[in-house]
Design a protein around this ligand. Structure first.
Ligand code: PBG
Length: 333
């Protein structure tokens, strides 16, 4: 029931905004470090970091320095780190075999982090694009992105990541039937507590541009991803996808991109009540950083406001490249 609102002047909504303590008392949503998942880019070598040009402040790190970054994140109280490999172009093939290599870059990084930083959950990405000669998330034959053959490959990829010790698998490929197939395979292999955060409502978005540079997929990508990622015009379809993925065994669901799709986040949370996450993607990060670098906005304030918006929209957490910066900011009070 809605509380009755007294008419003016008995009712003055500004009263509760008139001082900092009163504002604090009636604050409805709060951003905490426990809401954050930090996406990081991993590369080959040792002792190496390199800047991602289109994402100022974001680095690709070799495995040893990724472990160090994970330790710092754990120290800050960040609950999870999400790994994205920058794969050597020489390892990209038509069949994407490197994706399920037990010793690929991503699986080596998972093992190293789990061995040295047991206090942080490791999330992965499941899609073929880092390993695909044509940059797509699925296997391509004669220009078509094949669904069922791709799902078979993704299941192998999921099992390899679970074997390496991943806590949260993140299928970001948007093929049909992949959640059920992965869940069945994980149960059969005894991986009963490996969780799946499905990129269930993932849109064919231009906001992913800087990410594709970061993982070295933009040069390879031929065409677009519209036959598997969602049309930005649709909302009911997102509900069907979320329902389908939950019914196939997803533990958590994600909406992606984030800020331009907050209406979807709210609808998902209200409709299903499941653990709901959003991905504040590379283009969202790049826009904030570019405006801040020009002195056009206050970067810290916009960072915090943008993340709080996800909580207001009903999200339980958010994947954000700002994670360590915001964690430090929150710790400083
Ligand atoms: C790969 C994947 C993408 C992102 C996460 N996983 C790119 C894409 O689908 O093209 C985007 C993340 C970002 O933009 O920050 N399937």
């Amino acid at each position: 029931m809605r509380p009755t609102q007294a008419a003016f002047p008995a009712g003055r909504l500004r009263r509760l905004r008139s001082s900092a303590p009163l504002r604090a008392l009636v604050q409805e949503n709060t951003l905490t470090v426990g809401d954050l998942i930090w996406p990081v880019f991993v590369r080959d070598g040792e002792g190496i970091t390199e800047e991602v040009t289109s994402m100022p402040g974001v680095l690709r790190r070799s495995v040893d320095l990724t472990v160090q970054a994970a330790a710092e994140a754990a120290e800050l109280g960040i609950p999870a780190i999400c790994l994205f490999p920058y794969t050597d172009p020489a390892l990209k093939t038509q069949q994407c075999e490197e994706a399920w290599n037990l010793d690929n870059l991503s699986n080596r990084a998972i093992r190293a982090i789990k061995a040295e930083v047991p206090g942080i959950a490791v999330m992965t990405d499941i899609a073929l694009d880092p390993y695909n000669i044509n940059g797509h998330d699925g296997i391509v034959v004669d220009g078509e992105i094949l669904n069922d053959e791709t799902v078979e490959a993704l299941v192998k990829m999921a099992l390899a990541q679970a074997d390496a010790g991943a806590d949260i698998l993140g299928p970001s490929d948007m093929m049909d039937g992949r959640i059920g197939a992965m869940r069945t395979a994980l149960e059969a292999a005894g991986h009963r507590n490996v969780t799946i955060m499905s990129y269930a409502a993932k849109y064919a978005s231009a906001f992913y541009g800087p990410f594709r540079d970061a993982v070295g997929a933009s040069g390879a990508l031929k065409g677009d991803k519209k036959t598997y990622q969602m049309n930005p015009a649709n909302s009911d379809e997102a509900m069907r996808l979320i329902e389908r993925d939950l019914s196939e065994g997803a533990d958590m669901v994600m909406v992606k991109p984030g800020l331009p799709y907050l209406d979807i986040c709210r609808r998902v949370k209200d409709t299903f009540g499941a653990p709901t996450f959003a991905y504040q993607v590379s283009g969202e990060y790049a826009m904030i950083e570019a405006a801040a670098a020009n002195g056009w906005i206050d970067g810290d304030k916009v960072m915090l406001e943008s993340l709080l918006a996800f909580k207001r929209a009903g999200c339980d957490g958010v994947l954000t490249y700002f994670a360590p910066r915001v964690a430090r900011y929150l710790a400083a009070g």
